[in-house]
Design a protein around this ligand. Structure first.
Ligand code: NAX
Ligand code: ADP
Length: 281
């Protein structure tokens, strides 16, 4: 693939992409994120994704999950609307879909994912939604390919999607993210140290923030919620992934600077997001 300029993502992107809100703004102006996920045993992933979308300025956030996770969601973040039924109505009301955190790969999760894929709304796929995609025959993958989706694989998921090893992905991450974008379309964010973002117009961006304290369960779920909230506020897939990754990594760096890297919890990122989003830290 031809060499491409890689744009480093910086604080300037914030002012460029998130202008001040108009005084008369209302929640309908900032989109409605619907998270689909949280199979038995994995409620935390979907709850964290919904919570982080709520912390990043989406007008409304909903979660469709298993019944046993409904009250946990309400206790953690009552701003989020949560249900285990009427998925079609929920998809109709949403403006952005986020499928994958804790989705599982049993019939409940794959049926939900099929409903998300049948909608033409902007769609972020993470975690098990990527594993589902990876397991499909290439012809079916090609039928699903679309410009308005955004895939956020870690190197393990990227390897499954491309049918290689995670060592192959890490050996040439730029080539890997470009290959993923070419094969699946839309925007791809390849996670890990120095995350990379490839967009549908061959744009390429790099994140110089983030630290090894982020290597812990739930961190990717929080990232997916941040990006979905930015999509809901009208950013393109490429801009939402780049800015979302920047906010996520910068929040984690702020925490690590004060408390160190070990024991950095994904949910500890959440209170750092609002000041960052508003240019106050
Ligand atoms: N609190 C929760 O409810 C959590 C639920 N989670 C959910 O659990 C489900 C399965 O996640 P798992 O963590 O088991 O599966 P993963 O696919 O994330 O990890 C499985 C294996 O993939 C490889 N891998 C992962 N990250 C890698 C990297 N950066 N580089 C190279 N190889 C890598 C490793 O061999 C790893 O053991 C997902 O739906 C996920 O959303 C996780 O997000 C963790 C937290
Ligand atoms: N060493 C690292 N340096 C920078 N960022 C990291 C590092 N390790 C993990 N991260 C970030 O943390 C997040 C981990 O996501 P993921 O592997 O999907 O976790 P989970 O599936 O447990 O939610 C990604 O955004 C990734 O870029």
């Amino acid at each position: 693939m031809s060499p491409t300029t890689i744009q480093p993502v910086s604080a300037h992107w914030l002012n460029r992409l998130l202008p001040a809100r108009l005084p008369q703004a209302h929640k309908g102006d900032f989109g409605h994120v619907l998270v689909l996920g949280g199979d038995h045993g994995y409620g935390g992933a979907a709850i964290m994704a919904a919570q982080s979308a709520a912390h990043c300025g989406a007008g409304l956030v909903s979660l469709f999950t298993r019944p046993e996770h409904v009250s946990a969601m309400l206790c953690r973040q009552p701003e989020v609307m949560v249900s285990h039924q009427h998925i079609n109505d929920m998809i109709t009301r949403a403006t952005v879909l986020l499928a994958g955190p804790g989705l599982g790969l049993c019939s409940w999760g794959t049926a939900l994912l099929a409903q998300a894929l049948a909608s033409d709304k902007p769609l972020l796929l993470d975690a098990d939604a990527l594993n589902y995609l990876a397991a499909l025959p290439q012809a079916e993958q090609q039928q699903l390919k679309r410009d308005n989706w955004l895939l956020t694989p870690h190197p393990g998921e990227a390897a499954r999607l491309l049918g290689c090893s995670s060592a192959d992905i890490q050996h040439d991450r730029v080539a890997a993210v470009q290959q993923l974008q070419q094969r699946f379309g839309g925007t791809v964010l390849l996670k890990g140290h120095t995350s990379l973002i490839a967009g549908p117009e061959r744009q390429l961006a790099r994140l110089d923030c983030g630290n090894p304290g982020m290597a812990g369960g739930g961190m990717g779920d929080v990232l997916s919620g941040i990006i979905a909230a930015l999509l809901a506020q009208g950013l393109t897939g490429f801009d939402a992934a780049a800015l979302g990754g920047y906010l996520h990594g910068t929040a984690a760096d702020q925490l690590a600077a004060v408390r160190g890297e070990r024991g950095l919890l994904a949910t500890a990122i959440l209170p750092h997001l609002q000041p960052l989003l508003n240019g106050k830290s």
